[in-house]
Design a protein around this ligand. Structure first.
Ligand code: SF4
Length: 234
């Protein structure tokens, strides 16, 4: 085992995806990529959803009706920044980091952890579900070890834009227009046992001195190789 591997709960979750490319994963573990292709608007909407939920709890002391199945609650814990939400996994020389979207204080003294997803809910068909399950179970492990409380519920909260024409016609205001969201909850099972094999896989990959082979038939790597070969000719 070489130096400490720092990995976010979400990146650890990628190791649960069946189509993970080991070469891409190795590069992401070892280097900061020079660009970020994930559009920032989704993070903005997730952050807005958090403000909507916390604002409602502050005013009413309960969850909005569309989250009621997660309760009853006593309140919420302000989600910690990822610099404050970290856990050493000494067996694998890993520092696990994360930033949960929501931590609810349940009335029975336990806590629920939720993650907002701005996406259409497809009843468990989301290709990324295995990644999200690892992400939430990582948060549960961290929350318990860092004394946030006993975690008894995990859930993904999907917020899907309502784009019907009838709704759109009534959405215009003097300042611009509003967009509504319909919410669906996907409960996630608590299963800390899924994390260990992924810690091990991430560690083994990180320790490889050279990048492993990429995904069979991936055009992007073939193009990159041609590009590098072209620079070599210059
Ligand atoms: S094979 Fe494709 S997915 Fe894998 S490293 Fe290359 S570009 Fe990334």
């Amino acid at each position: 085992m070489s130096d400490r591997l720092r990995i976010s709960a979400k990146n650890l979750g990628e190791f649960a995806l069946p189509d993970l490319c080991p070469r891409c994963a190795w590069i992401k573990l070892r280097y900061r990529l020079p660009y970020q292709i994930f559009p920032g608007i989704f993070s903005s909407i997730d952050s807005y959803t958090k403000k909507v939920v916390h604002g409602w709890i502050d005013r009413h002391g309960t969850l909005p009706a569309w989250l009621a199945e997660l309760g009853p609650i006593d309140g919420y814990i302000d989600p910690p920044h990822h610099s404050q939400f970290q856990l050493e996994i000494p067996e694998y020389g890993i520092l696990l980091t994360g930033a949960p979207d929501g931590i609810l204080r349940l009335s029975d003294g336990a806590v629920a952890i939720i993650d907002y997803k701005t996406a259409r809910y497809t009843e468990g068909q989301d290709r990324l579900l295995p990644m999200y399950e690892v992400q939430l179970n990582s948060y549960a492990l961290m929350a318990e070890r860092l004394d946030y409380g006993r975690v008894t519920k995990l859930a993904l909260v999907y917020a899907e834009p309502v784009t019907d024409r009838a709704v759109a016609e009534g959405a215009v205001s003097a300042e611009g227009f509003a967009m509504g969201f319909s919410v669906s909850i996907h409960p996630v099972g608590i299963d800390p046992g899924i994390l260990d094999p992924l810690f091990q896989r991430a560690r083994e990959l990180y320790d490889l001195p050279h990048p492993p082979s990429g995904r069979e038939g991936c055009e992007d790597c073939r193009r990159l190789d041609s590009l590098i070969a072209g620079f070599g000719d210059g």
